[in-house]
Write a protein that binds this ligand. Structure first.
Ligand SMILES: [Fe+2]
Ligand SMILES: [Fe+2]
Ligand SMILES: [Fe+2]
Ligand SMILES: [Fe+2]
Length: 399
């Protein structure tokens, strides 16, 4: 499959930022700004294009494990806890182990909260920390503390004194020097929300590469993990759908690339849920009409994030139309049977089937036959595809 990994990460960074926002209040486009600062600074070390792409990818993924340890990492008061801070670093590093990078990115995520003087969560000093991690640390801290989407001259001066005060403690001298060399006041204003996409495009090329199916699956698993950990209610949901969609692809005799795309669509179908508050996703009791509508926005959010990615046209459609119904009563677009192809219908059926058979804290997984009965009833009402329900019955009848 051919696509630009960086472009996909830009698109999905919105979802990651939503999680970081919920936790520590970073503002829209945080990951993109971190990526941009990193690449600018990386040039000071004369990194070549592939290294810059790796650095940008790690910057965009710096907090990929936040959903996994959202509760453990922050105390009840919402204060960062130094001991627990290492958890998302360790998990985040592990999550990207199987991801295909151009070169060695070891430690880039593991050490992104380490301080130059060894007072960080893993007690490494700057000489022991790989360059990518040192750069990401500085960029991340600056944007989290100062919101670089809106910098006045006064704020720029505050940033300068913050960096001077923290050189040799939080940040090493080489990094702060590189930052000052790259960012004068004018340069820093290139990160305003209406400029950041253009700024990124100028600085980080969106080059398409061919990825082996296995590499795409690894990538899909990373994102399924991120979404599935958003809520303990649904912690096997996306990965379950991805695997089942892949299996169904086999049953239909699809080629390996199409099956891989189905897997990816399954992994990403609920990525829009990262933009919805957990309080709402996990609300105990009946939802109000407004709350129900708010939850429904996740399907549109999935569409919104995926729609611009070159090479993801089919995946966008399969992933984001999983709540559409053949009789036109679904969302987000209220599409009808003629507008819903076989794989869109397949994802819709699998979404319901998986939700029924998966175990959740408040319910056991339903037996296959019972779940199929419910699907058949929905098919009888022309909500979902009758034939596909029987195919699912055939393929998964024996667990
Ligand atoms: Fe972090
Ligand atoms: Fe961050
Ligand atoms: Fe959904
Ligand atoms: Fe779903």
């Amino acid at each position: 499959m051919k696509f630009s990994f960086t472009e996909v990460l830009y698109a999905l960074s919105y979802a990651l930022d939503c999680v970081e926002h919920e936790l520590i209040g970073v503002t829209t486009n945080h990951s993109k700004r971190v990526a941009y600062i990193c690449v600018k600074m990386g040039r000071k070390w004369k990194l070549i294009t592939n290294q810059l792409l790796d650095l940008a990818a790690c910057a965009l993924l710096h907090d990929n494990a936040l959903t996994e340890f959202i509760q453990a990492e922050y105390t009840e008061q919402g204060e960062a806890n130094a001991t627990n801070l290492s958890i998302h670093c360790v998990l985040g590093e592990k999550n990207i182990e199987k991801i295909k990078f151009f070169g060695n990115v070891k430690g880039a995520i593991l050490y992104h909260h380490e301080n130059a003087d060894g007072t960080g969560p893993l007690k490494k000093t700057w000489k022991e920390i790989p360059l990518y991690a040192r750069i990401i640390h500085l960029a991340d801290q600056l944007d989290a503390n100062f919101d670089l989407s809106d910098v006045s001259e006064k704020k720029y001066n505050e940033i300068k004194s913050f960096l001077h005060q923290n050189t040799n403690t939080m940040f090493d001298k080489e990094c702060t020097q590189a930052f000052f060399n790259c960012f004068d006041f004018e340069e820093i204003t290139g990160m305003e929300n209406n400029k950041i996409d253009g700024t990124l495009r100028e600085n980080i090329p969106k080059i398409q590469y061919e990825y082996a199916n296995e590499e795409v699956i690894n990538f899909a698993q990373l994102f399924a993990t991120i979404v599935d950990y958003k809520s303990e209610f649904t912690h096997t949901h996306c990965i379950g759908i991805a695997q089942k969609a892949y299996e169904m692809g086999k049953f239909y005799g699809y080629d390996e690339e199409t099956r891989t795309k189905l897997y990816l669509a399954g992994a990403l179908h609920d990525i829009g849920k990262l933009a919805v508050d957990n309080d709402l996703l996990e609300k105990n009791g009946k939802l109000t009409a407004k709350e129900y509508k708010d939850i429904q926005t996740h399907a549109y959010q999935t569409y919104y994030m995926l729609r611009g990615i070159e090479g993801f046209e089919e995946i966008t459609s399969w992933a984001s139309l999983h709540h559409e119904k053949l009789n036109g009563t679904g969302y987000p677009f209220g599409k009808t049977a003629q507008q819903l192809g076989k794989n869109e219908r397949l994802m819709a059926c699998l979404d319901i089937y998986q939700a029924l058979v998966e175990k959740r804290p408040y319910k056991d997984g339903m037996e296959h036959n019972k779940a199929i009965e419910i699907l058949r009833e929905m098919a009888a009402e022309n909500q979902i595809d009758k034939k596909i329900v029987e195919d699912i019955n055939f393929v998964f009848a024996n667990g």
